[in-house]
Design a protein around this ligand. Structure first.
Ligand SMILES: [Cu+2]
Length: 168
């Protein structure tokens, strides 16, 4: 076979004519430009506000707790107990209460009365339980400040008397 040989200078000129040789500079610059890839924009989509709405649902529930079950009574009435007997005496024989309080006498012995009055004399219009026996109870609420004396009719002469002080 016969080999076709071309002088080196001629070969270079031929390449230049084809536009392939010295124009390499222009080609490389365009490659570096394409390297600037802005794929970072996608990170913005990760800002998700799904958590905020959930906490609001808790607020409504606490409102139902505002239940006014009634203002506290300033002067809550107290019930006091006085024993009638035994041994022909009231116990306690002296008791201080407040206006609006109630006293309940409880018979611990038979044959006694709770009678309002002083010096073994019943007060006109005053309270009087009548003669009662063990187990009987007699209640009275005191709505006026002051002192109230009472006694047992059969045993007043024996000293079976009592006093109530009603404080305002
Ligand atoms: Cu008595």
């Amino acid at each position: 076979m016969k080999t076709f040989r071309l002088p080196a200078a001629l070969f270079v000129i031929a390449l230049q004519a084809l536009g392939c040789g010295d124009d390499d500079d222009g080609g490389t610059t365009t490659v570096t430009d394409t390297g600037v890839v802005d794929t970072g924009g996608g990170a913005d989509t990760s800002v998700a506000d799904t958590g905020g709405g959930g906490t609001d649902t808790g607020g409504g529930g606490t409102d139902t707790g505002m239940v006014d079950t009634g203002p506290p009574k300033a002067d809550a009435a107290t019930k006091h107990t006085i024993n009638v007997g035994p041994t022909n005496m009231f116990a306690p024989s002296n008791l201080t209460i407040k206006v609006g309080d109630t006293i309940e006498w409880v018979w611990k012995e038979s044959g006694h009365t709770v009678t309002e009055g002083t010096s073994c004399t019943a007060k006109s219009g005053g309270f009087d339980s009548g003669l009662q026996n063990t187990g009987f109870t007699f209640s009275r609420t005191f709505s006026t400040a002051g002192t109230v004396d009472y006694f047992c009719i059969p045993h007043c002469s024996l000293g079976m008397t009592g006093k109530i002080t009603v404080a305002p």
